[in-house]
Every structure is written in structure tokens, then in C-alpha cells.
Design a protein around this ligand. Structure first.
Ligand SMILES: Nc1ncnc2c1ncn2[C@@H]1O[C@H](COP(=O)(O)OP(=O)(O)OP(=O)(O)O)[C@@H](O)[C@H]1O
Ligand SMILES: [Mg+2]
Length: 455
């Protein structure tokens, strides 16, 4: 039992890591029976890594000049390296979802990512998680009210539908244990601006295989379960039916729950027919945007200059898409005095984008149908449709939900909104952070949730 000897019992405490395709997040739950505002805290991992947002840190790694850089620094170096035909490792979480994940993990990374040919995808994952462990330790150290020893509590991770959410996956457990050893060995070197030499990383990785650490992995939590837990914990107007859409960068995860407070403790049952996982998420819009731009540019894609522009565009696509939706246009500097303006309508009129929206509407409709049936059967008045993940900011989503609902004329009224915190959890933190709640909710909910019985 993790007792710190200072009368703080940490036996119920856990840290939940949400290793997202684009952004990593982490939250600590000291005790799920405590009031939320003292029991659970999102950790400022982004503040420690010096990212744009205090609670979000970019999931990226970059190899340069024989050294490995992580997070915001990696992105910075990648921008400089684009001209030399070099790529950072972005979106590498999605590797885990591949059908032959084991084979891909064992593969060496592309030469454009690791020109030294040293690291496999698995190595990169172990290193990144060790880096994240260091960010978490530092974030805990700078967060007020954290009892001593809190860095050593159990760990959870959120996972999309493509991984079983119950019990730690053996492969993941081994990866966590190795990353614990690597984190201990390299320690605060992970936080230095100089990066870490590949030789040092390789040595730590080899030693970690021989002598793994204790990753303290308790369980994986299915991402929409975590989102639903956050949504139920923070809502001020609870409903009995919740349909969660977690639109991240790499995956859109959907799940629905029936909440019954007539029993004690209240029962949360998943309506499993609604469960889906799709690759139609934020990165797919970025891909369509990139293709649109390069079709318009009409350059020869085999030319070095075109390749450089493509690399730069890929690095900034997430940001550009966000600006495009927020301001209706973006102006790109494409070298020298040249600029190109992309209007939001250029994207929304693109046939690929229309097909994307149609496909997303079909996904929403497919999950909505069994929930509506169940809600009608028990005479429920309303279904909560909760939008989570960074994609919840996409302004067209509520319309897609309504279009999906209209396909079923006997629908139950829907209440569509992004996950939002009606809580004191953010008092004392920058109020602007509330806007990131749909993104950090999975780590918060994953830390809070008591394990659901296996469906
Ligand atoms: N204001 C915004 N408008 C549009 N898209 C946004 C906005 N903010 C973030 N996004 C997008 O949300 C995605 C990141 O969200 P999130 O952090 O939930 O993903 P993730 O957890 O890293 O990915 P996944 O869950 O798929 O592994 C990116 O595609 C990003 O461009
Ligand atoms: Mg996510």
C-alpha cells in the first residue's frame, strides 16, 4: 500500500495518461471519493515542456545531429530540418492501432525520421513515454497540494476502441516497465534543451530490456468511457442517456451509456451497439486540406522545393486548420514574397471534405439509432450528445449530429454540446484553460473512473 508516512493514504490514488495522437495529457486522482476539486487535478505537463498550452504537450519526437528531442523542441527542430528532407515522428500513437501492431513496432523508423537507423517504433514509444513520465513528475512537483510520493502511484492509460480497455495489455505493460527504467536512468536529461544523444538513449533502452523498471500500470481505460465519466462527473444537468463523440487527431471514438441513479451506487451501463472507432478525425481534415492546397499549387511533387513546402505544410497543418475554422481563412507564406490565401469555403466545397462529412454523419447515425431505441423504450426525455477531443471545436459538428438525428423521424430530443467543466477544478488555474477541457477530459475521466464491468 502506498502510504507516504505523512498520514496521506495514496492507496486509491492513480495517474491517468492520455497519450494522444497529437497531444499528450495527464491527470491525477488522489482519491475518487474526495470532492472533485480536491480529488482530481489535470497536470501542467505542457507548462513543464514549454508548450503553447499548460495542460497539453505535443506528442512528437525528432532525431537531429545524433540527438533526440521531444515535444515542442522537437517541433522547432523539425521546422528547421524540413529543408534537409527530415521528418519528425508525428501521430505515432496510431501505430498501436494497426492490425499488425507487433510487426510495425519491431520495424526501424523511416530514414527521414531516424537517419542513423538505430531506433525501432517500439524504442520511440518507450522513449516518449519515459519523457512523459519526467514531465509528469515535474508537473506533480510544481502542483500545489500534491502529497509526497504521489509520483509513485498506479498508472492508467486511455486507449481507443482498438485496444481492449480492461486490464493492462501485456505489450503495453512491458513498454511501461521499460519506459520506467529509461526514465529513471536518463531522468531530467529529458527536460534539457540539448536533447539526449542517441547512444545514451540506445544504452538506456538496452539496459531497460534486461532490467525493466516498475511502470505501475494498473489498467487501460477505453477513451469514450473516460470521456463519459468526465461528462457525468462535471455535468450540472444529468441525463440518463449520454452519447460521447471523442474526435481527436487520429481517431474518433464513439460510445453511449445509460445512467441509472435509482440504484446505489448509480449504474452506468454501456449501450454496446453504439460503440465505434473510426480514423475519420482531425488528421483526416488536415490530409484533405494538404491535398487541396497541393492540387491548387500544381507544382511537380518530385521537385525538392515542392517536397520542402509539403513537409512544412504537414508540420503546421493542425494549426492552419484551426485558424481556418476560427477566422474563415489562412494566408500562407510559401517562400520569398509569395503568399497563398485559403478560404474556409475552399475546404468545405472540396468533394473530399463533403465525403468526410457524409461519412461522419453515417457514423453518428449508426451510433444514435440504438441509443434512441433504448431511450424510447424507457420513455427518456432527452439524450445528451457530448462532443469531446480537440475536434469538438469543429463548428459543423452539431449540424452533422442533427442531420444524423433527422434520419430517424421518431427521435428523442438531443442536447448537443462540447464537454465543459462546470466545476471549481479550474479555479486558481488560468481561466482560458477551460477551453481545453474537451481535450483533457479523457485523462481526467480516466483517472476518476472506477473500472466498468467488462461488457
Ligand atoms: N479549435 C480547434 N478547431 C479545430 N480543430 C481543433 C481545434 N483544437 C484542436 N483541434 C484538433 O483536435 C485534434 C487534437 O485533439 P486531441 O488532443 O483531442 O487529439 P488526440 O487526443 O491527440 O488524438 P487521438 O485521441 O485521436 O489520439 C487535432 O486534430 C487538432 O488540430
Ligand atoms: Mg484523444
Amino acid at each position: 500500500m502506498a502510504d507516504t508516512g505523512e498520514n496521506v493514504n495514496l492507496s486509491r490514488a492513480r495517474i491517468c495518461i492520455d497519450f494522444g495522437t497529437a497531444r499528450s495529457k495527464a491527470s491525477v486522482c488522489l482519491d475518487p471519493t474526495l470532492p472533485l476539486e480536491v480529488g482530481v487535478k489535470p497536470l501542467p505537463v505542457g507548462a513543464v515542456s514549454r508548450a503553447q498550452h499548460a495542460l497539453l504537450t505535443p506528442s512528437v519526437l525528432y532525431v537531429d545531429g545524433g540527438r533526440i528531442f521531444f515535444g515542442p523542441l522537437a517541433l522547432e527542430y523539425a521546422q528547421r530540418g524540413a529543408a534537409q528532407g527530415r521528418d519528425p515522428l508525428l501521430s505515432f500513437k496510431t501505430v498501436l492501432g494497426a492490425r499488425d501492431a507487433a510487426a510495425i513496432l519491431a520495424q526501424k523508423m523511416r530514414p527521414s525520421v531516424d537517419p542513423t537507423g538505430t531506433l525501432t517504433h517500439r524504442d520511440a514509444l518507450v522513449l516518449y513515454l519515459a519523457y512523459l513520465d519526467q514531465l509528469i513528475r515535474e508537473a506533480l512537483a510544481v502542483t500545489q497540494g500534491m502529497p509526497p510520493g504521489v509520483a509513485e502511484v498506479k498508472r492508467r492509460y486511455t486507449s481507443p476502441v482498438w485496444k481492449a480497455g480492461n486490464g493492462p495489455d501485456r505489450v503495453f505493460e512491458a513498454i511501461f516497465n521499460e519506459s520506467a527504467a529509461v526514465s529513471q536512468k536518463l531522468g531530467r536529461l529529458f527536460l534539457s534543451a540539448e536533447g539526449i544523444s542517441i547512444a545514451q538513449c540506445k544504452d538506456a533502452l538496452d539496459k531497460a530490456i534486461q532490467l525493466p523498471g516498475n511502470g505501475r500500470l494498473e489498467t487501460g481505460v477505453f477513451e469514450p468511457h473516460a470521456a463519459a465519466a468526465a461528462s457525468l462527473a462535471f455535468t450540472t444537468a444529468p441525463t440518463n442517456f449520454v452519447l460521447v463523440f471523442d474526435i481527436g487527431a487520429g481517431t474518433t471514438d464513439v460510445a453511449a451509456f445509460e445512467f441509472d441513479e435509482r440504484t446505489n451506487p448509480p449504474a452506468l451501463t454501456e449501450i454496446t451497439e453504439a460503440r465505434q472507432c473510426s480514423g475519420l478525425a482531425g488528421d483526416e481534415i488536415d490530409r484533405i486540406l494538404i491535398e487541396h492546397y497541393f492540387r491548387r499549387r500544381g507544382g511537380d511533387p518530385s521537385q525538392a522545393e515542392e517536397q520542402r513546402v509539403l513537409r512544412m505544410f504537414k508540420l503546421s497543418a493542425r494549426e492552419l486548420k484551426q485558424q481556418l475554422f476560427a477566422h474563415g481563412k489562412v494566408i500562407l507564406r510559401t517562400g520569398g514574397w509569395n503568399t497563398t490565401t485559403i478560404k474556409l469555403s475552399d475546404l468545405t466545397d472540396d468533394p473530399q471534405f463533403r465525403e468526410y462529412q457524409a461519412a461522419l454523419t453515417r457514423i453518428i447515425a449508426a451510433s444514435l439509432t440504438p441509443v434512441v431505441q433504448r431511450a424510447q423504450a424507457v420513455g427518456a426525455q432527452v439524450i445528451d450528445v457530448v462532443l469531446a477531443g480537440g475536434g469538438s471545436h469543429l463548428p459543423f459538428l452539431p449540424d452533422l449530429v442533427r442531420a444524423a438525428a433527422a434520419q430517424n423521424p421518431r427521435s428523442v430530443p438531443l442536447r448537443v454540446s462540447p464537454l465543459s467543466p462546470a466545476s471549481k477544478l479550474y479555479d486558481g488555474v488560468d481561466p482560458a484553460l477551460g477551453g481545453a477541457f474537451p481535450q483533457i477530459a479523457m485523462s481526467v475521466g480516466g483517472a476518476l473512473i472506477e473500472m466498468m464491468p467488462a461488457a
